[in-house]
Write a protein of this length. Structure first.
Length: 189
């Protein structure tokens, strides 16, 4: 399977690498959101995986306490190595090896131990659900989105319900009479 918009993904990965080096979790979140937009259009699993990985990385970086866990340096070094290889393979349009590198990032978690492993697993799980929710907001059905992410419909519905219920509508609308008058004035022209 071919990665959709490989130039976009390549740019995102390069910028993500720079953002990681600058400890810029906000930039990482923005890059992840850009990738979600592409994912909603093409429903490309590789774009989705990139979005999840980058978002999870932003959440890991924003928690400096993670750097105190044993295994942090090795995990972080391997994470960056796999991003580097992903960039190389994507530049060569070697989508098979790109996919392998992205999956290796996920497998790095299994090498962690103790509380650090538990926390990173949790971050990745929440990142998947968060990005799935964003895809759903872009118009994909709940069922299709859950299937693309390999998460349960229940988890996604629960998250989207929570995130939507926390939103407050602060817009003020015109009274009905004023809207009718405005509409009439538009059609009189």
């Amino acid at each position: 399977m071919k990665v959709q918009e490989p130039e976009h993904v390549l740019r995102v990965l390069k910028q993500a690498k720079l953002a990681v080096r600058n400890n810029d979790n906000i930039k990482l979140k923005q890059l992840s959101n850009q990738t979600v937009h592409s994912s909603s259009i093409y429903q490309d699993p590789d774009n989705i995986l990139v979005a999840v990985i980058i978002y999870a990385l932003s959440k890991i970086i924003e928690r400096p306490s993670y750097q105190e866990y044993p295994g942090w340096n090795t995990f972080f070094k391997h994470f960056l190595k796999h991003i580097d290889y992903s960039i190389v393979y994507l530049g060569k349009k070697d989508f098979f090896n790109l996919r392998e590198e992205l999956m290796k990032i996920r497998r790095e978690i299994s090498k962690l131990t103790g509380e650090f492993k538990k926390r990173v697993e949790e971050v990745f799980k929440k990142a998947e659900i968060n990005k799935a929710s964003k895809l759903y907001e872009h118009g994909l059905s709940l069922e299709k989105t859950a299937k693309l992410f390999g998460i349960s419909l229940w988890e996604l519905a629960e998250y989207t319900g929570q995130s939507r219920s926390s939103e407050t509508n602060i817009t003020v609308t015109m009274p009905v009479r004023d809207r009718v008058k405005l509409a009439q004035s538009i059609f009189k022209k």
